[in-house]
Design a protein around this ligand. Structure first.
Ligand code: ADP
Ligand code: MG
Length: 246
């Protein structure tokens, strides 16, 4: 017990440090890309040099993305719980989808009952659905549809106490995944995409865990993928401590 506590402390300290370093990388990175942009715009430069500047800018963009995702993953915050109407929250995300070019040929359908209320951190759960929807869109380059549906389940616990759980499924008809890939999707840095950070689903997993929920995935190559989330309708007093990573 004592050993595992020490290990948890150590892991927490390393997670803190990693998040600090990520922060410290951000500022010089912004200076670099700003300076390069000025040089590239200012003087008459040769075509060949222009290509090199473009490489620097593309790579600094990529580092920025990686650091942003990494900070979200390495520095989890305790959920700030509120009673949230699930259909409304998903509706907000649908509005965001409408303004993003990745969803140009993707239809997102919201099939959630108006009366489903969950006790969650709205910012964190918005992030969960956003990450799932972006992945769905990226799995359907030629277009397709995503359905988000939810139901309330009653689970009988130890004798007479009943706990209510809300089950939300996000289902796409995209590329699907092989069983080998399904087994790794929640691993940090697992990505099959050229520019992917592989931190989207790892972050989703952590957030759901911090809400005392569960997430599972079902997928079939060539047919599509379904992510299924179980969230307690009410959180018990005292959530589990946020598990630190690294
Ligand atoms: P990233 O999107 O940066 O690659 P994620 O953690 O969001 O990282 O996803 C990890 C990997 O899981 C993706 O690279 C992809 O191979 C797979 N994946 C996730 N969602 C889907 C989906 N809806 N359909 C097919 N594959 C998916
Ligand atoms: Mg992703």
């Amino acid at each position: 017990m004592e050993e595992s506590l020490k290990k948890a402390d150590r892991l927490a300290a390393v997670g803190e440090l990693a998040a600090r370093i990520a922060h410290e990388i951000r500022n010089p990175l912004a200076s670099i890309s700003g300076a390069v942009q000025l040089i590239a715009n200012g003087t008459a430069i040769e075509e060949n040099d222009k290509k090199l500047f473009d490489i620097i800018l593309r790579e600094t963009d990529r580092l920025n993305l990686l650091i942003r995702d990494f900070l979200g993953y390495a520095r989890p915050t305790r959920p700030n719980l509120r009673q949230i109407n699930l259909a409304l929250l998903i509706g907000e995300i649908q509005a965001l989808v409408g303004t993003d070019s990745r969803f140009a040929s993707v239809r997102v359908e919201n099939e959630i009952d108006n009366d489903l209320v969950v006790e969650v951190d709205p910012d964190q759960i918005r992030q969960v659905f956003w990450n799932l929807l972006v992945n769905a869109a990226e799995a359907m380059p030629a277009g397709g549809r995503v359905i988000i549906d939810a139901t309330r389940m009653e689970e009988l616990r130890s004798g007479e106490s009943v706990s209510r759980t809300v089950k939300v499924a996000v289902t796409d008809n995209g590329s699907g995944m092989s069983p080998e890939n399904v087994a790794q999707v929640f691993e940090p840095f697992f990505s099959t995409k050229g520019g992917g950070t592989g931190l989207g689903l790892a972050t989703v997993y952590r957030i759901i865990e911090a809400h005392c929920g569960r997430i599972t995935v079902e997928s079939s190559l060539g047919k599509g993928t379904s992510f299924i989330i179980f969230l307690p309708e009410h959180q018990a007093i005292g959530l589990p401590p946020v598990r630190e990573v690294m």
